[in-house]
Design a protein around this ligand. Structure first.
Ligand SMILES: [Zn+2]
Length: 276
């Protein structure tokens, strides 16, 4: 029944607009509630680098029951913990880390490909650089950029060395053929330029846990901690795959990002500095 309704709404081009409306309404209700509940924490502590608000505590976020086992038993650094969401704008810790890193990069006049654009990262970039956004299902991103292009990361519709930077924040763990996506990102990036490709990962598992062809949301939650993920990367294996695609990779551990701790970045998350 649900699938039939989805097909009908898709046929009349209403599925994505209705989904976006629903998600935006829930988001707005959450935002109003969190502003009221967290008003008592207003003041020094953490400052959001998206909206500029300061609170002594940000909102924690923990995996749902169905995802918890995979996340906790594999010690996945996946965007959960204390001080994750800004009580004022609901920006996420993973967005704030990427924005903090981008704020140190020279962006003026750059041509940037932003895959599966996250709202706050996109807004930060807009006006500073020439941004092209793309996703496999662009309908989900029209509220962020109405010009978002349809593109599959494993076959990007762009010429070699088209971009000065490519951003795909938490996308590779969703893609069955992640190696092909890495090669495509490498191909369309200019030499000596940077790709921002953060992923959830674990540094306690022995090897990457994956089942690229899985198509079973319940099992994906149980195995990978999210219904649409196909793997949990092991830290050094992730870097090795990027190397195989041609990139030079350096992992900046969380402890070395202390200048950003005031933005309430994700506990334990480091930054992958990825260069062609
Ligand atoms: Zn904020």
């Amino acid at each position: 029944m649900k699938e039939l309704l989805k097909k009908i709404l898709n046929a009349i081009h209403l599925y994505h607009p209705l989904q976006l409306f629903y998600r935006q309404t829930i988001f707005n209700i959450k935002k109003v509630c969190s502003r009221i509940i967290y008003s008592k924490y207003r003041g020094e502590g953490f400052t959001c680098n998206v909206c500029g608000s300061s609170y002594s505590e940000f909102i924690p976020d923990y995996p749902s029951k169905i995802n918890r086992q995979a996340i906790e038993s594999n010690h996945v650094i996946a965007g959960y913990g204390r001080n994750i969401l800004c009580p004022n704008c609901l920006s996420t810790a993973r967005e704030r880390l990427v924005i903090a890193m981008l704020s140190k990069a020279g962006l003026r006049g750059k041509k940037i490909l932003h895959l599966s654009p996250e709202k706050n990262v996109y807004r930060f970039l807009k006006g500073k650089a020439d941004i092209i956004t793309a996703d496999l299902v662009p309908g989900f991103y029209r509220n962020i950029d109405k010009n978002v292009k349809q593109a599959d990361a494993v076959k990007l519709p762009f010429d070699n060395e088209s971009f000065d930077m490519i951003i795909g924040n938490h996308i590779l763990e969703h893609i069955p053929d992640d190696m092909q996506a890495m090669k495509e990102i490498f191909r369309v990036l200019k030499k000596n330029e940077t790709a921002v490709l953060q992923v959830p990962f674990s540094n306690t598992i022995e090897s990457t846990i994956e089942e690229p062809l899985i198509n079973d949301p319940r099992r994906q939650s149980a195995l990978f901690g999210q219904k649409d993920h196909v793997r949990i990367y092991q830290l050094s294996d992730y870097m090795k795959r990027l190397n195989t695609a041609g990139f030079i990779v350096e992992y900046i551990p969380h402890e070395s990002l202390h200048e950003f701790f005031g933005f309430a970045i994700q506990p334990c998350e480091g930054f992958f500095h990825i260069r062609k």
